[in-house]
Ligand binder design. Structure first.
Ligand SMILES: [Fe+2]
Length: 460
């Protein structure tokens, strides 16, 4: 498996310590990058069946006036601590079939918080899509408890909240499986109480990983992937056996008007799969949605076999621009770059309004990895590809605030892993020209296992 260390337990857990600095940290980059991913691939001698099952780890890198500081901790959830006391696995692989069946019937699962980090209203959270947000101490990374937003949260909360800058509001959803399958929708103003916006029925027990928001609509793409409820009820911990690819269903796009969330518009489309969206915006009667599109669902296996997020020939994701006409209920979609691309992000001030640039994590056929800036209209790209075998991850643009309306006016933070040194780093790239390589790299003295998503908390 390429980059073995990324699929092994976090070797060293520690609070904030000075990192080795290469280059110079820009003076206007001040704050903390938080990233989440699986942290325990094996526990009590039992390997997890899929990284999605692993207890999470949170990694943080803080940029201040001194040397950058780095921290990495396993997320000590209630379930994790319960297993620690028992000295054995109580959830998932290795827990035993009977225990898994009983846990599934009681809807008791472990909140691994292994998918994304999120910063909202002064709080830091680790998220997974099958549970509530896990609130963390921003400095010690200790688990402070599960968030319920004063009782507003009705069930789970996805790992992909999206903020619409112009509304000063973040939106998110939770999937509810049961007699009827549905999405719970939430609006979370930057400050103030969370609101439950409504419930939208799903056409089937679909896996919905991400969505996207504009100033007027929420957009969900329900691909033809179905949760096999009976297998879930039998407590099967293997994600690859829990979901079936059923292309004959096609894809259903659900558009939710924010002004009238109950008046949803459903648009049929051909079968395809999407894990992640870049952004969406309104253009006349159209909604423009940028996403990384797959022909099928093969990546679920690839995440396990070590190409986590990285494309393989069979199921390479492509950056697409889709246009939704809500009056005629039609979708058209165009590929905007022939390169494999995932984990798309846009400048934080463009979220929900028209963007021209997207920051992407890509892979090449020879196995090398790149971070890329794509000009969406022209398809032109510029990339940073390290000289030696290096794993990269989702690039996170941080607004600099010098040139309003210039999407290149950003520092781009990328967690990477250099194989030869067996160490991880956070690279700071200049949005003006990624191809110049990092202006600074802050090195951990150990590898950080794969992470999926992160967030930046500017210094207050
Ligand atoms: Fe994701």
């Amino acid at each position: 498996m390429p980059f073995d260390s990324l699929h092994e337990n976090l070797r060293t857990a520690h609070g904030f310590v000075p990192l080795e600095l290469e280059g110079t940290v820009p003076e206007d980059l001040r704050g903390t990058l938080y990233r989440a991913g699986p942290g325990m691939f094996e526990r009590f001698g039992v390997a997890v069946a899929h990284p999605f099952e692993a207890d999470g780890a949170i990694t943080a890198v803080r940029f201040g006036d001194e040397r950058p500081l780095g921290a990495a901790r396993i997320i000590e959830s209630e379930g994790y601590l319960e297993e620690q006391s028992a000295g054995r696995r109580l959830y998932g692989t290795g827990a035993g079939r009977l225990r898994n069946i009983v846990a599934a019937l009681r809807q008791r699962t472990k909140n691994t918080a292994n998918t994304s980090a999120w910063v909202h209203d002064g709080q830091v959270y680790a998220l997974m899509e099958g549970a509530r947000p896990t609130r963390l101490h921003p400095d010690t990374l200790d688990v402070l408890g599960e968030e319920r937003f004063d009782g507003t949260l009705r069930g789970v909360f996805s790992a992909h909240p999206h903020r619409v800058a112009a509304l000063g509001t973040t939106f998110n959803f939770g999937v509810r499986y049961g007699r009827e399958h549905a999405l719970d929708l939430y609006a979370l103003p930057d400050h103030g109480p969370t609101r439950h916006l409504g419930v939208v029925p799903l056409p089937w027990a679909g896996m919905v990983h991400d969505f996207i928001a504009t100033e007027r609509h929420l957009v969900f793409v329900v691909g033809p992937v179905r949760l096999l409820i009976w297998r879930a009820l039998l407590g099967d911990p293997n994600f690859e056996r829990l979901f079936a690819w059923e292309p004959e269903r096609g894809t259903e796009i659900i558009v939710v008007p924010l002004a009238e969330p109950e008046r949803v518009i459903r648009i049929p489309a051909e079968p395809f799969w999407v894990w992640h969206f870049a952004n969406a915006f309104e253009r006349g009667d159209e909604i423009v949605v940028d996403l990384c599109r797959y022909a099928d669902f093969g990546t679920l296996r690839e995440i396990r076999t070590g190409r986590g997020g990285q494309p393989a020939a069979a199921t390479e994701p492509r950056y697409h621009r889709a246009r939704l006409d809500v009056r005629t209920r039609r979708m058209t979609s165009e590929e905007r770059s022939p390169c494999a691309a995932e984990f798309p992000r846009v400048h934080p001030e463009r979220e929900g309004v028209e963007h021209r640039l997207a920051f992407l994590h890509g892979g090449k056929a020879d196995g090398s990895e790149v971070v890329t800036l794509l000009e969406v209209e022209t398809g032109r790209t510029s990339s940073w590809q390290p000289d030696t075998p290096t794993a990269l991850s989702e690039p996170i643009p941080v607004a600099r605030g010098n040139r309003p309306d210039d999407e290149r006016d950003a520092w781009v933070l990328v967690l990477g892993y250099e194989q030869a040194r067996d160490r991880s780093f956070v690279a700071v790239l200049d949005g003006d020209d990624l191809s110049q390589g990092p202006v600074a790299r802050a090195w951990f003295d150990h590898p950080i296992p794969i992470t999926f998503h992160g967030a930046f908390a500017p210094a207050s």
